[in-house]
Design a protein around this ligand. Sequence first.
Ligand code: ATP
Ligand code: MG
Length: 236
Amino acid sequence: MISLKNLSVSVGEKKILKNINFNFEKNKVYALMGPNGSGKSTLASIIVGHPSYTVEEGKIFFENDDITELDVDERAKKGIFLSFQQPLSLSGVTVFQLLRLALSGKKDPLKVKEEIDFYAKKLKIKKELIERSLNDGASGGEKKKLEVLQAALLEPKFLILDEVDTGVDVDALKTIALFLDEFKKDKTVLIITHYYRILKYLQPDYVMVMIDGEIKKVGDKTLAEKIEKEGYEVIS
Ligand SMILES: Nc1ncnc2c1ncn2[C@@H]1O[C@H](COP(=O)(O)OP(=O)(O)OP(=O)(O)O)[C@@H](O)[C@H]1O
Ligand SMILES: [Mg+2]
């Protein structure tokens, strides 16, 4: 699905990711954990092609195509989607308008509307929130649900969720996690998280630990439990 080969990434003068080699397989769930500032969001950004980050060395492959030089739009068209750690607000643009544009030529606008209503119900998002400008005045937890809603409509092949569980209440967490557990079918999911709790519902096939820009350990879900109990000192 996605392969990272000898990938080193910098922002400005600062080298953040160091020689990452990793192969994400189809139909698998990966949890990426690691201390604050270790480079997790940077990894997400470089996979989607965020222009602020520079590949210093190495390559990114998507289904065997080299996508290292492709821009954000081209990668999105291939089916790579990132739900942001801090979702952006778009004044004057509703979820429907944004998604209608993103899906123009792919899905009928009427179908887009229908699907938004369908998924909003599943995610327990209030109707009023859907009709507002995107994320305008939405609470932290509401924004996270709206990100998941967008992912659902865009049907990505590779979905990255950056701290989708941060700032959401226990019920919302369960709603989001169970939704994703159903949604993950035929997709590869990379979930960046600090906590084990979301992984109880959305069980990862692999847990990866990033420390200081390197993937230091890969294990199964018991690794996440261990980290929750004992901290990152367990990684040597
Ligand atoms: N645009 C940027 N400009 C300058 N430094 C940056 C930029 N983006 C990231 N960094 C730095 O790169 C390092 C890694 O940041 P990143 O956001 O990837 O960490 P993270 O692992 O996602 O942390 P957290 O768990 O707190 O979200 C940090 O030291 C951060 O300050
Ligand atoms: Mg982050």
